[in-house]
Design a protein around this ligand. Structure first.
Ligand SMILES: NC(=O)C1=CN([C@@H]2O[C@H](COP(=O)(O)OP(=O)(O)OC[C@H]3O[C@@H](n4cnc5c(N)ncnc54)[C@H](O)[C@@H]3O)[C@@H](O)[C@H]2O)C=CC1
Ligand SMILES: O=C(O)C(=O)COP(=O)(O)O
Length: 640
């Protein structure tokens, strides 16, 4: 049956499927988002920045129509080379309107210099939470240390402009990651540059606490000479429990071993062989705290570690234990610590961090002579501050330039080599999502999407998070006002009630190619183009990368081969001579250039599918004429 004029109009109308009554999104339309797009886009500041060698950019759009990677981008080989590790060369960036970067706490000069070569940097220190909320909508990026609380209110007040929050340091407990993720804002940190500084500070506190350095210093300065009072304890032969065997904890352990201490550690997630390699036994929490003379805390503050040192756990400690905290104040119940100090269960404490910083002057912790306090100085060495500043400046500039970050906290960290391999498939994934959703007729909405990756690679060798995010983007963006990016893709899908299931199909092909083909199926829904339905009633399409370009290779049960660029017409017709010529003529009459054409059929002289790539969008009349060709049973026009 030929498509009627009215059905042709229907086919031309915007995609109609809906999602099953999603919970109301948190006013997503006004949020900023990161997205792969072309550098020639006209969106936000990106329009004014040219990124040579970087036409494939992950950058923000704010209240802009969706934009997608074009073939021009794809054809540029370098554009596929999204690098995580490359040094940022600001001379590669020409800009008329620079991104704006707010630095809310003191940052090393080298980092500021790097930021200034890229954006307009404003250093506004000591902002109150209200002032921060007032200012934030003027900025594309925010850089903080531990003293700025980046709450949900801050993300909401950003009104969609804030693209990246950079934490110049490790701990991100002062950033509301859930809010950042929901609103599509990337959070990056600088996880390595202050490790040694923090470890050295812990060792400094350990040694000075054992020898009463701070106390005796104050005593001498007050005119006293109390040699008996300040007799200390030796470290050699004592047991140190390192709580949290991560970057800092392991460096503390290494140094403590050098001081002749017996070091044990508790960390439920650390590999035992890494600990054993430096002569440290990983033990249970209770064993660590009950056998140690000194306990040094190096775990992050999380819901699981909050106040993990409390009345119960202090009660299990060896009488007279000594505690060092260079991690986060919140891991200790400070009232319980006061009680433990009063009872003598804890004989000394050295604290760099507090549940509230600075602690109030009436805090009892300030009144114990056997408690040594420093004002969150763990990361405060010249070297660490310069290192952290450069590390965070590179991460923030990289994110603003559209690169995926190696230190992303709320998005997959994809290593550079994996990324450059996956880049063409990223584009394929988005195009397939976009095509599949346009083939859905509507009805009950889209509830379930099945993705099958055919690959010769070992499952552990194929990270599909990036591809899944792009499929979600391709499916959701054409039919909603949500903007989807790597940060919020899974969250947005969940919000919309869209279930994505992924399957790996092992195939016998070259493992050099990460993926042989990707199949996207939208389950239990009718298609505008019945031939796209599989025998199970799913809208089903498949594609692969050929010569670096995404190709559509299967529609329903028909094999085709058409490059996914520009626009696409799918026709289902009786398999007979002259069809290509007739449709080609109709398009030619309207000066509509055919870029690709492919015909697929299952059985000779029965039914065939024609996939026609067109550079220009044919007008309604032209499409109507195609629909009126008697042998054409159905057709659909799709924008890629
Ligand atoms: N005072 C300061 O200026 C500084 C403080 N820090 C803080 O030190 C802490 C550690 O930093 P990094 O070593 O760089 O982080 P990391 O992520 O490398 O190490 C944290 C370790 O804690 C472990 N962990 C998680 N939950 C645990 C639990 N319940 N019990 C025991 N271990 C647990 C993890 O498995 C991980 O190995 C962070 O909280 C960070 O914010 C870091 C740098 C400077
Ligand atoms: O890196 C960390 O986690 C720190 O605690 C350092 O904090 P700071 O940057 O010195 O405020």
């Amino acid at each position: 049956m030929a498509a009627s004029a009215s059905s042709a109009n229907h086919i031309l109308s915007p995609p109609s499927p809906s999602f099953p009554s999603p919970p109301p999104p948190p006013s997503t339309t006004k949020f900023s988002h990161l997205s792969f797009l072309n550098s020639s886009s006209s969106s936000s500041f990106a329009s004014n920045i040219s990124f040579p060698n970087l036409s494939h950019s992950l950058i923000l759009r704010s209240q802009q129509p969706p934009l997608f990677i074009t073939n021009a981008a794809l054809k540029t080989a370098e554009s596929l080379n999204i690098s995580l590790s490359k040094t940022i060369d600001p001379t590669h960036i020409t800009s008329t309107t620079k991104p704006t970067i707010l630095v809310s706490e003191k940052l090393g000069e080298a980092g500021l210099d790097l930021l200034r070569t890229f954006g307009d940097v404003q250093c506004l220190y000591d902002l109150s939470p209200e002032q921060l909320c007032k200012e934030i909508s003027k900025f594309d990026a925010l850089i903080v240390r531990s003293g700025t609380k980046v709450s949900r209110q801050v993300f909401e007040a950003a009104n969609g402009r804030l693209k990246v929050v950079g934490r110049a340091g490790v701990g991100i407990d002062n950033v509301d990651l859930q809010a950042a993720t929901e609103l599509g804002c990337l959070v990056v940190n600088a996880p390595t540059a202050n490790t040694i500084a923090a470890a050295e500070h812990a060792i400094a506190l350990l040694a000075s606490m054992a020898r009463n350095v701070a106390q005796s210093d104050a005593s001498v300065k007050s005119g006293k000479w109390q040699r008996t009072k300040y007799i200390g304890v030796s470290l050699v032969g004592k047991t140190l429990a390192v709580m949290g065997f991560g970057k800092v904890g392991s460096e503390v352990a290494r140094r403590a071993k050098g001081l002749g201490m017996n070091v044990i550690s508790h960390d439920p997630y650390a590999p035992a062989d890494r600990a054993r390699a430096i002569g440290v036994d990983l033990v249970s929490f209770d064993e660590a705290i009950s056998t140690a003379d000194f306990i040094s805390l190096h775990m992050p503050l999380t819901p699981a570690t909050s106040k993990v040192f409390n009345d119960d756990t202090f009660a299990k400690m060896k009488k007279g234990a000594r505690i060092i905290n260079v991690a986060r104040g919140g891991v200790i119940d400070e009232d319980a610590l006061v009680r433990a100090l009063e009872s003598g269960v804890v004989s000394q404490a050295a604290l760099d961090v507090f549940s509230k910083e600075p602690p109030t002057q009436d805090s009892k912790l300030l009144q114990f002579e056997n408690v040594t306090l420093t004002p969150h100085l763990g990361a405060s060495t010249k070297e660490a501050q310069e290192g952290v500043a450069i590390e965070i400046a590179e991460a923030v500039v990289g994110a603003l330039r559209g690169e995926l970050s190696a230190t992303a906290v709320n998005a997959p960290m994809v290593p550079a080599e994996v990324l450059s391999q996956l880049a063409p498939y990223v584009l394929l994934a988005e195009k397939l999502g976009r095509l599949a959703v346009q083939l859905v007729a509507g009805g009950d909405g889209i509830k379930s999407v099945k993705v099958a990756y055919r690959s010769a690679r070992d499952p552990d060798d194929l990270d599909t998070r990036l591809l899944r995010a792009m499929i979600i983007k391709g499916i959701i963006e054409p039919i909603s006002s949500s903007f989807v990016n790597l940060v919020n893709a899974d969250f947005t899908a969940k919000q919309k009630g869209l279930r994505i299931s992924e399957e790996r199909v092992l195939v016998d092909s070259s493992p050099e190619n990460p993926i042989d083909s990707i199949q996207v199926q939208i389950s239990n829904t009718e298609s505008k183009f019945a031939s796209a339905e599989s025998e199970h009633g799913n809208v089903s399409i498949e594609g692969r990368v050929k010569y670096g370009m995404p190709h559509l290779t299967r529609v329903g049960s028909f094999s085709v081969d058409v490059s996914l660029e520009g626009n696409l017409i799918l026709c289902c017709q009786v398999d007979q001579p002259g069809m290509i010529g007739r449709v080609g003529n109709i398009l030619g009459e309207q000066n509509c250039n055919v870029s690709f054409m492919s015909v697929g059929r299952t059985v000779k002289r029965t039914k065939a599918i024609m996939a026609i790539g067109v550079d220009e969008e044919p007008d309604k009349n032209t499409l109507k004429k195609i629909g009126e060709v008697p042998a054409i049973e159905e057709f659909v026009f799709l924008k890629l």
